[in-house]
Design a protein around this ligand. Structure first.
Ligand SMILES: NC(=O)c1ccc[n+]([C@@H]2O[C@H](COP(=O)([O-])OP(=O)(O)OC[C@H]3O[C@@H](n4cnc5c(N)ncnc54)[C@H](O)[C@@H]3O)[C@@H](O)[C@H]2O)c1
Length: 257
């Protein structure tokens, strides 16, 4: 029996991901700040719940320990907990909100990967990070949110090689606007414009596609009306000597090598 843990599993997208992974045969751990809601989802999918604040390293270790103690291991980690930054682009930065956004959306990814890697290494498992389309293009209304999601995607891409050495895959999904409480009043404004939103189930289906695939280091873009597909990042310019010769650095993983 394979075990999946979903952070933010009590939320709109997270609950749909829990249901889909359970339907695939995984035993699901629902990790969320909102324990009551997490317990409701866990009951629906026949899994267990654990109260987790993903911005806290100790909570990340505790949720993984729960999965291992209650279900014998961890095969799939979906890092989906996230918040709007509520930091407008205008001067007068609200430092507390800024740090909170980074704490949940970015630390929650880094701490989650760190805490789960030993268990995932044992199972040859994988991580899926729920980033956002905001990671791939300028999100004018919410630059701090875009910052957290772009950093998460950069982390996924950079970690894919060291994690591959441990037999662990890691990918990101980058959904566009999805119909959940997360959007707040924006959802109503979008409906007024007849702008189609993704459903949480469509995002969960993209997670299934990634989980059942074999790629790593990918960021799957997902918008309403189009099939999910790995985003093709443009090539990075190569370094050039004054005589016009291109110089390519041999890959290395750490200064020790
Ligand atoms: N809804 C969208 O339009 C959209 C689009 C792209 C990406 N996303 C991303 O998808 C993810 C899920 O979003 P959603 O739309 O389901 O939102 P949601 O608000 O419905 O659910 C978010 C869940 O995360 C939980 N959570 C918040 N802070 C937490 C913390 N510190 N620790 C643990 N859990 C915490 C909440 O309790 C909630 O259950 C987020 O990372 C979001 O950034 C959402």
């Amino acid at each position: 029996m394979t075990v999946a843990l979903v952070t933010g599993g009590a939320g709109g997208i997270g609950a749909a991901v829990c249901a889909r992974l359970a339907a695939l045969g995984h035993t699901v751990v629902v990790a969320d700040l909102d324990l009551e809601a997490a317990e409701r989802v866990a009951k629906e999918v026949g899994g267990t719940a654990v109260r987790t604040d993903v911005s806290d390293p100790a909570d990340n270790h505790a949720m993984v320990a729960h999965a291992v103690a209650a279900h014998g291991g961890l095969d799939v980690l979906v890092l989906g907990a996230g918040i709007q930054s509520d930091v407008p682009p205008d001067p007068g930065l609200d430092v507390a909100r800024y740090r909170r956004a980074l704490g949940v959306n970015l630390d929650g990814v880094v701490f989650g990967v760190d805490a789960a890697t030993p268990a995932l290494r044992d199972s040859g498992g994988q991580v899926v990070v729920n980033a956002s389309l905001a990671a791939l293009g300028p999100e004018l209304a919410n630059p701090v949110y875009a910052l957290t999601k772009a950093a998460a995607v950069a982390y996924v891409r950079a970690m894919s090689t060291p994690l591959a050495r441990a037999g662990v895959r890691i990918n990101a999904i980058c959904p566009g606007f999805t119909d959940t409480p997360f959007l707040g009043i924006t959802a109503r404004l979008m409906r007024k414009q007849k702008f189609p939103l993704l459903s949480p189930d469509e995002v969960a289906l993209a997670v299934e596609t990634v989980v059942t695939g074999d790629g790593t280091g990918e960021a799957w873009a997902l918008v309403a009306g189009r099939p999910a597909a790995p985003y093709r990042f443009p090539d990075v310019p190569t370094t050039m000597l004054p005589d016009g010769t291109e110089v390519v650095l041999k890959p290395f993983l750490s200064a020790k090598q």
